[in-house]
Design a protein around this ligand. Structure first.
Ligand code: HEC
Length: 126
């Protein structure tokens, strides 16, 4: 008799703690209410808009799978050599699978939209 009373009392102690809201962990999220309604969240819309022009389609097909176009639009204007190195870096450094032919089209496009004239040739020594 005494033993069963003790077991009953021990069983009630945790139950009493669990039901007292003041003793619940405030950091624990409330259990989700299952009410049969669908939930939704609005994700931000990313646009990949850079100016249109020859090669824009090739650029879009190859250059926005890992990051947005902001990586390009945030750069200053670069000479062709720098854009070439940039595209090569994406391919060799980060593994972008872009054919040589498409890389050339992309460089032409990048130079057209964010290029600067190539640096003037160094004048020949006298
Ligand atoms: C396989 C994934 C991948 C693809 C595809 C890719 N990039 Fe990147 N790109 C990266 C990573 C990774 C970085 C570096 C991110 C960082 O440092 O925060 C980066 C950075 C950049 C930067 C910022 C400058 C720099 O060198 O870090 C530019 C500009 C850029 N990419 C242009 C391009 C262009 C143009 C293309 C298409 C030819 C392209 N990316 C395709 C992965 C990729």
């Amino acid at each position: 008799m005494k033993t069963s009373f003790l077991l009953l009392a021990l069983g009630l102690v945790p139950a009493a703690f669990a039901q007292d809201p003041a003793k619940q962990d405030p950091n624990k999220p409330a259990p989700a209410k299952i009410d049969g309604t669908a939930r939704s969240i609005a994700l931000p819309t990313m646009t990949h808009d850079l100016p249109d022009g020859p090669g824009h389609d090739v650029y879009l097909a190859n250059c926005v799978s890992c990051h947005t176009s902001r990586y390009v639009s945030n750069q200053p204007r670069f000479p062709r050599k720098t854009w070439e190195a940039e595209v090569t870096k994406m391919v060799k450094g980060y593994g972008a699978p872009i054919s040589d032919e498409d890389q050339k089209k992309i460089v032409d496009y990048l130079v057209a939209i964010r290029g600067v004239p190539d640096a003037p040739a160094v004048p020949p020594a006298k």
